[in-house]
Design a protein around this ligand. Structure first.
Ligand code: SAM
Length: 335
């Protein structure tokens, strides 16, 4: 559905009537993507990063981080265990770690594809040939948040990075036929509601297949330690408006939402979300991928966290998706 910028800002600022907005988004979700909740197994395979984003706990200059990377074998083994647990999508996420060369990643992707899963990459900015090689090796989807469309804010928070370059990466990924996921952080220092409205319009124009929207949570070992974080309520409102604007896309209930409230992801599932990405990384590494403090799912075994979540989903009257959970474009179904 098309909303004007003014309408979006009105919805984002109306905290008092947010339950109505959540109900409306929940209704749009049910009519367009149904009651299935797709679970994606998330492997955080390296916390090395060449970038220095001011908000991020694994930024290059954070010397307090104990860096790790999974070996090729460990990564493939973790993906296999995920598939055995029933995940039909494996999401491989990392900092921008160039140790994972195109050859190495292509070997890993091909191996993981043998487990009858969809593969999602979330490894940041690469060049066209690399994106193409990953796609040819079998990668199905790519997640890369634009973070914010306020270029001034972006360049302040992501020094040495270029907003234009990130945008061009998103276009390349789309052109190569990946399902494209993007998104933003809500509550960044200096971000306005108008800026968030611009972000939502940008994501709608880009015709993304997946939108990851989460609150910014300040990390104590970053330059933004003393800043206020985003609220769960505004993040949920932003996500709900996104659902209304792009009715048939996949929208995850994000980990950052759960980190602000023990039931944050369940609240998100009732306000437009239809995907959850439980962390299946081995326990010894999970706490080291600390993008922000209190990151949900940093303890407990993958099998435990999956069954805990599945129970909560069933209690909501929803079902667990059994397919790959790709985006099914409504316009195609209606034809
Ligand atoms: N390197 C890849 C990339 O650039 O897309 C993937 C990893 S990156 C750490 C994943 C996401 O974490 C970012 O897109 C950002 O939105 C989120 N993130 C990082 N620091 C955060 C914070 N302090 N609060 C909330 N989300 C954060």
């Amino acid at each position: 559905m098309n909303l004007t910028k003014k309408e979006i800002i009105a919805l984002l600022s109306d905290k008092q009537n947010e339950q109505e907005l959540f109900n409306r988004a929940d209704d749009v979700r049910r009519k367009n993507v149904g009651d299935e909740v797709h679970l994606r197994g998330l492997i955080e395979f390296s916390n090395f990063c060449r970038n220095n984003c001011l908000y991020c706990g694994i930024r290059r200059d954070n010397k307090k981080v104990c860096r790790y990377r999974l070996s090729e074998e460990e990564l493939i083994k973790t993906a296999r265990q995920g598939a055995e647990m029933g995940f039909k999508t494996i999401v491989m996420q990392s900092g921008e770690d160039m140790y994972f060369s195109v050859e190495r990643l292509c070997r890993i992707i091909s191996a993981v594809k043998n487990f009858d899963v969809a593969v999602t990459l979330s490894i940041g900015e690469r060049n066209y040939d690399e994106y193409k090689a990953f796609r040819e090796a079998g990668a199905d989807r790519y997640l890369m948040r634009i973070e914010t469309t306020d270029k001034e804010l972006y360049h302040r928070l992501d020094p040495q990075m270029s907003w234009q370059r990130r945008y061009e990466c998103l276009l390349m990924i789309k052109e190569l036929g990946y399902e494209l996921g993007s998104g933003i952080m809500v509550g960044l220092p200096g971000q306005t509601l108008e800026s968030i409205a611009n972000d939502l319009l940008f994501l709608q124009n880009l015709e993304i297949d997946m939108a990851g929207i989460g609150p910014f949570i300040p990390h104590p070992d970053t330059p933004l330690a003393g800043e206020n974080g985003g609220s769960l309520s505004l993040a949920l409102r932003t996500m709900a408006v996104m659902r209304i604007m792009l009715p048939d896309i996949n929208i995850p209930a994000t980990t950052a939402m759960e980190s602000l409230h023990p039931n944050g992801r369940i609240m998100a599932l009732q306000a437009g979300a239809n995907v959850i990405m439980p962390n299946i990384t081995e326990e010894e590494y999970r706490s080291l991928y600390a993008l922000y403090p209190g990151k949900a799912g940093a303890d407990g075994t993958p099998a435990n966290s999956r069954s805990r979540l599945a129970q909560k989903i069933i209690n909501l009257g929803r079902t667990i998706g059994t397919g790959y959970g790709s985006r099914i474009k409504k316009s195609l179904v209606d034809k």
